[in-house]
Design a protein around this ligand. Structure first.
Ligand SMILES: Cc1cc2nc3c(=O)[nH]c(=O)nc-3n(C[C@H](O)[C@H](O)[C@H](O)COP(=O)(O)OP(=O)(O)OC[C@H]3O[C@@H](n4cnc5c(N)ncnc54)[C@H](O)[C@@H]3O)c2cc1C
Length: 341
């Protein structure tokens, strides 16, 4: 019989991230389909009481916790010790966790300590009888693979956006607080602060309805023989401001910044969408001045409806990858849409 463990970490304010709540929905669906399986949960973090309360209605037989100042921040050594203790105490055979940066860093190591196996970026699963099959994308090969494993414990990190966030009323739950010793050796790494862009200049918005992707065309000579970088920056930022869209970029455009050319200060490699970039999930996507092609087969595969603006009707996007292609000047079109908004 399988024991399914839902694993989460509390955020700095003690809450659970949306990724964790989505993963809980997935773990519960898995439990519902797998007859005879036991379901347990665990939370690690500084103060986990709010997080435990938030998930208490999920029906877990036990909720394990590891908490305290040593576990408030993401740190490989203390997180690995905490998660290992949870896995041993729960006897989990299937561990389901959100693919957050904190867990992506540590869970592979925990799988190794437990003599288990891990599959990352899981985007779905199915259960036939008692056999679990999971799905994950293989970017380079442009395939979705379906696989199963006999080895246990089997760790699965679930991509964001696959399941609805779980939402249930709090109930009394059996909590088992584990004590994990963190000696000085494990405390060698300390988090001293965060460096992050101000929220007002944050252009990556995972929850936005629209993904707006800019390409190199914004930096190319236009009909008058000149480049119009300042106009481009104003048009793009104005559109983002009014539409609330998330900003993506082609690789070529963000690469220009690293090569010292004068491009957009509000854009970095974190904005890159594609084969070697991010594969964001948004209901709609609009790409402008971007000739697209291969990266977009991969980078846009989770984007619901895809539109593009390009002067060239033969651009890569026109070849069956965009649902709608506007053959138009992006400067004029995006400015006009900005005015209408
Ligand atoms: C292994 C590998 C991995 C890669 N990974 C990625 C990746 O992850 N992401 C990625 O993006 N790329 C990736 N690439 C590169 C990719 O193949 C393309 O070269 C790149 O995305 C093209 O960038 P672009 O569309 O911005 O620029 P360009 O190809 O230069 O296209 C610019 C477009 O702008 C249009 N344009 C110009 N002016 C206007 C205007 N006024 N109005 C409307 N349109 C206009 C032009 O018609 C042109 O189509 C990868 C390549 C390789 C080999």
């Amino acid at each position: 019989m399988e024991t399914i463990l839902f694993l989460a970490h509390a955020e700095d304010d003690g809450s659970l991230s949306r990724a964790a709540l989505e993963t809980l929905t997935g773990a519960l669906e898995l439990h519902g389909q797998m007859s005879g399986a036991t379901f347990v949960a665990a939370v690690v973090g500084g103060n986990v009481s709010a997080a435990v309360s938030a998930i208490s209605g999920c029906g877990a037989a036990t909720c394990y916790t590891v908490s305290g100042d040593d576990f408030a921040s993401s740190r490989y050594a203390s997180d690995a010790a905490a998660l290992e203790a949870i896995c041993r105490a729960s006897g989990a055979t299937i561990v389901v966790a959100p693919a957050t940066s904190r867990f992506n860093r540590v869970i592979p190591g925990v799988a190794q300590r437990m003599g288990g196996r891990i599959d990352t970026h899981v985007g779905g699963f199915s259960v036939t009888g008692t056999e679990l099959r999971v799905q994950r994308g293989y970017y380079r090969q442009r395939m979705i693979g379906t696989l199963t494993r006999a080895a246990r414990p089997w760790f699965l990190t679930i991509d964001g956006g696959v399941f609805q966030a779980w939402n249930g009323a709090p109930v009394a739950v059996k909590v088992e607080a584990l004590t994990v010793a963190v000696g000085t050796a494990l405390r060698k790494t300390r988090v001293v602060g965060y460096q992050a862009p101000q929220a007002s200049v944050q252009t990556i918005r995972p929850d936005a309805q629209l993904l707006f992707v800019a390409g190199v065309g914004w930096t190319k000579k236009q009909a008058d023989g000149q480049v119009h970088l300042e106009d481009a920056a104003r048009v793009i930022l104005g559109f983002l401001d009014k539409s609330g869209a998330s900003l993506g970029s082609s690789k070529s455009l963000v690469d220009q910044s690293s090569e010292g050319q004068n491009v957009f200060s509000f854009m970095s490699h974190l904005n890159q969408v594609g084969q070697t970039g991010a594969t964001p999930r948004h209901p709609k996507g609009l790409s402008a001045c971007c000739h697209g092609e291969e990266p977009h087969v991969v980078g846009w595969r989770f984007v619901g409806e895809r539109r593009a603006i390009n002067l060239d009707p033969n651009c890569g996007w026109a070849q069956g990858k965009a649902d709608v292609l506007y053959v138009a000047d992006a400067f004029a079109l995006v400015t006009k849409v900005g005015e209408l908004l």
